[in-house]
Each structure stands twice: as C-alpha cells, then as structure tokens.
Ligand binder design. Structure first.
Ligand SMILES: [Fe+2]
Length: 397
C-alpha cells in the first residue's frame, strides 16, 4: 500500500491561505517571417528572402504573394533550422535536429511561413531564473508570463535552502510588465512517502511575497524513501497511484487556494504496467481533482523518439479541455536518446505539434511557455531567445 500523502508540513500556514473540435483545417495568417544573420537586412537578404518566398508559395504554402505580412528577425540562421521549411502536412516530429542542420547550412537566409492559431487567445511566456537583466529586458516586451522555478532561484546556507533575495527583488519589480507563474521541479508529488516539505516551504515563502496566477508541478517523483534520485521518473499508471496523487492534489488545492496544474513528463525508462494509459491517467487526475494540465509537447516528442510513444493516439484520448498551459522546448540527441535538457531553440515539429493541439482543443485562453535553462543562454544568445519569443507570438496568435 502506498503511504498516505504527507502534507502536514507547514499546516500552520493553512489558516492564512484561506483567500485563495475536431481537427480544424490549417489556418494561414499570411505571415511570412524571414530570419537573417545578425546585422542589417541587406538588399541581397531581401532578394534572397523574396526568392525563397516565391519558392515556398509556389511549392506548397497558400499564403500568396499579396496580402501577407513580412517581418525580419535577427538571429543565427543555423539556429533557425526548425523553421526552414513549412510543409503543408504535419511533419514527422521525430525527424532529428541534425537532419535539419544540413538544410540550414546551405542557406544564408531562412524563411518560414507560420500558421496562425487564432481560435482563442494564446499568451506567451518564458522561463526566467534571475540575475540576467539584459535578458529580462529583451524578454518582457514579448511575453505575458514569466515562469519561475523555485529551486533554481534558491540557495543553500548552512544546510538550509531559501529563496535568493536579489532574484526575489527582481521579480517583485516586474510589476505589470508580466504575470508570474510558479513551476516546481522538487515537489515530488509521486513519491510514495510524501511530497517534499522543503519544496512546500519554498512555495510558502514565495507566495507570501509575490502574487502568482497559478502554480504547477510535474506528475512524477524525484525521491524514494527520502533519497533524491537525481532525475525525475514517471508515476506508474495504477489505481493506487491515481488515488494517492489525487488526494495530494486536493490537499495542495486546499492549502494554497490557487489553480494548480500538473505536467506530463518524459519517460526515461519504460512505464510500469498499470491499469491506465498515459492519457487515461491524466484524464482521471484532472477529472477527479479539477486541476489543470500542462501539456509539454516536447516531452511527447522525446517519448515518441525514445519509447515509440504514439502521440496521435495519446492526443485522441486526452481531454484537452484541461490543458491550460503548453510547454515548448528543445534539447539534444545523445547516443540516439532525445534528451529533455531545454538547451535549444524549438524545432518546427514541436511548434506544429503545439499548434495542432490548440486547434483540436475547445476554445479557451491558454499559455505557451518557451522553456530554456539559464545555462543555455550564453550559447543561444539573448537575441536568439528574443527572436524565438517573437516567432512564437506570431505562430500562436
Ligand atoms: Fe515542461
């Protein structure tokens, strides 16, 4: 038998927390985005871009050469591989980034024709872990939401973990520039011996100081018998696990009086046999608790690549009404294994998969978050990250 959920930690805080379509045809918004190398857009760039536009239009895209918007984005074309070509049909999402690098290397200018998802408003957000004001200034005009991971903005002194004061001051100063959402990695809601009291302490401290729109965690576990695994593993899809996690979700909802979302995670190892499918388990959690769902489409792509996960079947079964937030990201392939390391700009397949989900979902306001690690910023460059956010805005609105 699984242990009862242990959310007793910090229960003294409870009192002061009492406040709290079917697949549509592709929609084209006639928006052509042209990514050029850093620096000015030259006449040669313009000619090359228009040549490429004609090529795309004549090939497949129906955006036409009249009545469409053109915008130029600065960046490294080699890092825009995902957007090099826009094909009319859904592409193989498992086509490797390396395959696309070859296409990009042949061109100084890349072109993309992005579909628009205009069924309902889609807000854009990005991760921010503090101490990079230059990045924040680039991000803020382009995002509606800033996603904060508490463990990343914390530090350990004398064996005690606490939120970093400097980063907290930064976040408090955001004001109305962007809304804040909290995304945890250390709650370990799926551990048989209870959620992490350390994470709950961080969340208590954060919410005491900063208003957030909602908070979220991953549907998985990072520790067993109090020992940290150093990795996050997916829960078994059994009735016992479902009952356990639902009870914990309800306790969290009661404790914080804030919307709470859970995210599908990658499967590093094959699933333990259970009574529920992946989508069936998520449906049961959201139906029984009313919590929202974060659908990380890159995680789906990793599972498909690594575990032969059937994304179309999963999406047909998943109740998309619960999806309030979507994650897009990109990692690298290592020894044939697609890693969820959030170190790259998104590839086209990931954005297209997110677009497909949104077109299939009942209309509702949702948020698409671009996730990247702070360690990836020097390699990607702030300009490239800003360009990514601009392209996501165009892709989803
Ligand atoms: Fe994610």
């Amino acid at each position: 038998m699984a242990a009862k959920p242990d959310l007793r930690y910090g229960s003294t805080n409870l009192e002061r927390r009492n406040a709290m379509q079917p697949q549509a045809a592709p929609i084209r918004n006639n928006h052509l985005q042209i990514v050029v190398a850093e620096g000015k857009v030259t006449l040669q760039d313009l000619h090359a871009a228009l040549d490429k536009a004609i090529q795309v239009v004549a090939g497949h895209c129906n955006c036409g050469l009249t009545g469409f918007d053109v915008s130029f984005l600065r960046g490294n074309p080699a890092q825009r591989a995902p957007y090099l070509l826009r094909e009319p049909e859904y592409q193989d999402p498992f086509r490797s980034t390396l395959d696309r690098q070859g296409e990009v290397a042949q061109m100084a200018t890349t072109t993309q024709c992005l579909d628009s998802v205009s069924i309902a408003r889609v807000a854009i957000g990005a991760t921010y872990e503090g101490r990079d004001r230059a990045l924040l200034e680039r991000m803020l005009p382009l995002v509606d939401y800033v996603e904060v991971t508490l463990e990343t903005i914390s530090e350990v002194h004398d064996g005690q973990i606490s939120l970093n004061d400097e980063i907290m001051a930064e976040l408090k100063n955001l004001g109305k520039a962007a809304k804040i959402i909290v995304h945890g990695v250390g709650l370990s809601i799926g551990s048989h011996d209870g959620c992490s009291p350390t994470y709950l302490q961080l969340l208590d401290d954060f919410l005491d100081q900063i208003d957030v729109q909602w908070h979220s965690e991953h549907l998985g576990y990072t520790k067993v018998d109090g020992q940290h695994l150093g990795i996050m593993l997916a829960m078994p899809k059994t009735q016992e696990a479902l009952d356990m996690v639902c009870e914990r979700v309800r306790a969290i909802q009661e404790r914080y009086k804030l919307p709470f979302l859970l995210e599908n995670i990658v499967h590093v190892i094959p699933d333990f046999p259970g009574e529920y499918s992946e989508a069936g388990f998520l449906n049961a959690v959201t139906e029984q608790t009313g919590c929202g769902l974060i659908l990380d489409v890159y995680n789906l792509e990793c599972d498909a690549h690594n575990q032969a996960f059937d994304i179309p079947a999963f999406l047909r079964e998943l109740d998309l009404t619960s999806v309030r937030e979507m994650h897009v990201a990109c990692g690298v392939e290592h020894n044939g294994f697609l890693l969820d390391v959030h170190s790259q700009l998104t590839r086209a397949s990931t954005v297209e998969l997110a677009q497909r989900v949104l077109r299939s979902a009942p209309p509702s306001d949702r948020v698409v978050i671009y996730e990247f690690m702070p360690e990836a910023v020097p390699g990607l460059g702030r300009d490239a990250i800003a360009g990514e956010l601009a392209r996501l805005r165009a892709a989803f609105n």
